[in-house]
Design a protein around this ligand. Structure first.
Ligand SMILES: Nc1nc2c(ncn2[C@@H]2O[C@H](COP(=O)(O)OP(=O)(O)OP(=O)(O)O)[C@@H](O)[C@H]2O)c(=O)[nH]1
Length: 190
């Protein structure tokens, strides 16, 4: 069961995704995969707030911080069976910016950049995932065209990544102003 939760900054997507996991978990416990890195005090405080909220939820969360090697981690945490934890990844767009910023200039075989190859590996890992997996992402690209090349590159890659994950997800939600809207239901097929 793959669920994608998208939305803008502070839209309430993370708390909706956490509530979804608590409500639908088959095992009663969850693995929270954080892709954020605390580079400054503001981010440290925000992360601590999220940790406190998870603690107060009464649900059993294990936290794993993984800014880059998300495809590998999903491959190893993919398990069938009702005892395995619901996995929540927060968030894909931060993972993408970590990957893009660590990417070199040189392309691999077939002209694919390291970032494009990482995206392909992530989509493959999600597609092959067995178990309950909830992925949070940001809705980017609705504003003005970014001034810098890296910003435009990021916007385009994030749009493609979200489309690819949405295509293989069983359920997709858009959270806006704290309200989740179901964009793709489990019965939906093109
Ligand atoms: N490293 C680390 N990051 C965490 C942890 N808990 C949460 N985060 C990060 O916190 C980020 C989400 O927090 P915010 O930036 O406040 O949320 P937001 O996505 O802007 O807002 P909402 O749409 O309301 O969720 C995600 O990118 C998570 O990876 C943690 O324990 N460790």
């Amino acid at each position: 069961m793959i669920v994608l939760v998208t939305g803008g900054a502070r839209s309430g997507k993370s708390s909706f995704a956490e509530s979804w996991c608590i409500k639908h978990s088959e095992s009663g416990n969850g693995l929270y995969i954080a892709t954020a890195q605390a580079f400054d005090e503001e981010m440290k405080e925000r992360i601590q707030l999220h940790r406190d909220q998870r603690e107060e939820s009464g649900f059993i969360w294990t936290t794993q911080e993984e800014p880059l090697r998300l495809p590998e981690l999903l491959r190893t945490s993919s398990q069938a069976g009702s005892g395995s934890p619901v996995v929540l990844v927060d968030c894909l767009t931060l993972w993408l910016s970590n990957v893009l910023l660590s990417d070199g200039e040189e392309n691999g075989p077939g002209g694919e950049s390291r970032t494009e190859s990482s995206i392909r590996q992530l989509v493959e890992a999600v597609s092959a995932y067995s178990g309950q997996l909830v992925l949070v992402t940001n809705e980017v690209g609705s504003g003005i065209v970014p001034e810098y090349k890296l910003g435009r590159q990021y916007r385009d890659l994030a749009g493609r990544l979200n489309r690819s994950i949405a295509a293989i997800a069983d359920q997709v939600f858009l959270v806006t102003a704290g309200i989740p809207i179901e964009l793709k239901s489990r019965e939906y097929r093109l």
